[in-house]
Design a protein around this ligand. Sequence first.
Ligand SMILES: Cc1ncc(COP(=O)(O)O)c(C=O)c1O
Length: 431
Amino acid sequence: MSASREVIERHKKYMFPAVTPYFGDDAIVVSHAKDQYVWDIEGNQYLDFFGGVLTVSVGHCNDEVNQRIIEQLNKAQHTSTLYVNEIMVRLAEKVASITPGRLQKCYFTNSGTEADETAVLAARMYTGNQDIIALRHAYSGRSMTAMSISGHGTWRLGSVVDPHVRHVRSPYLYRAPKGIHNEDDLLDFLVEDFEEVLATTTNGKIAAFIAETIQGVGGFIVPPKDYFKRILPIVKAAGGVFICDEVQAGWGRTGKKWNGIEHWGVEPDIMTFAKGMANGVPIGCTIATPEIAEAVKGMTFSTFGGNPVTMAAALATIAYIEDHNLLENADVQGTAFRQHLDEFKSEFNFIGDVRGMGLMQAMEIVVPGTDKKPDAARATAILNAARKHGLLIGKGGLYGNIVRMSPHLNVSAEDMEAGCQLLAKALAEVG
Ligand SMILES: Cc1ncc(COP(=O)(O)O)c(C=O)c1O
């Protein structure tokens, strides 16, 4: 039995079966990782174009980030929110300075799930309303509220208990209803659908509309340019606030801007972050306008929220992005990446759609000659072939047929080229 197989067998014996790694019985057992590379315990090296789901944003074990983590680890490792640590305040100041509009007050937690939970709680306490409008194809995490918001049957385990979450249609142009072929028609349809859901499933008053800027787990679904501008007035008229989930699209991932939503020219009332914010150290962050934050009356506490080591990791990640001009790099390398993917689309007829922004790019895999029939088997085959050639990429989408890729924000031109060559080989093999 290989060393990997032995660990996988123990994983199966002692972990919940619902914890399902990529590649199943042939899962990658990671030994170590540095910058753009990951090594498994068999000694295989991989170029990482996924970052553990858009989380390693500036390279594995980044020297500058880790140096700051180690310094803080040796200085003060834990406080809980019962004590003030200055580094938490510094991160809150920084987040307030680079988020749009009047967003000013932060609450730190440990995950995207908790960040979204906090946002929903704040919206409900601020508005006095309960109903939440979410999107089909959304993903919000694994608490009861977050699973209730998630618009993927596969991620709604057990009985979903929050009866106040309603789902409207996703701004998913590639899979829009029959007869809708362009963004303008889609927008008209989405506005109508939103108004109908409001009129038929709520009393007309809502707490919030929660949406990812780009639907991540859904398969990097990019809403039309005017989507939020068309929807938000309806949300406001119903008394609701806009919760923008930037767990995947945040921290420079979309190129040029810190926050994905800035590309849509609207100002959220609440934003949530996690994943790439601290380069892999567990973090969740909810930022709200002062009046929304102040509406969360009473006491609340998080043992690990605002942990000083986590705060140091996030500040160091942000500093690294600034010092190395990575918002620009994400745009430049994202454009180069997209050119390759568009070429692949003309070459391989099983690529139905290519979409994304910056260093968040996806290919939707379909059965050629059909009406966009999802081809999950071929998407899995692409992941397997890429792995064989030493490239890590991801998968997603309701039907499991979307190949998702998110190279680190500091990916070099050479690595971008090398990754695309490996991807080309993988695509040719499954063609
Ligand atoms: C958009 C979005 N929101 C929330 C979450 C939940 O984050 P976490 O897994 O850190 O709880 C995820 C996780 O993938 C996500 O993609």
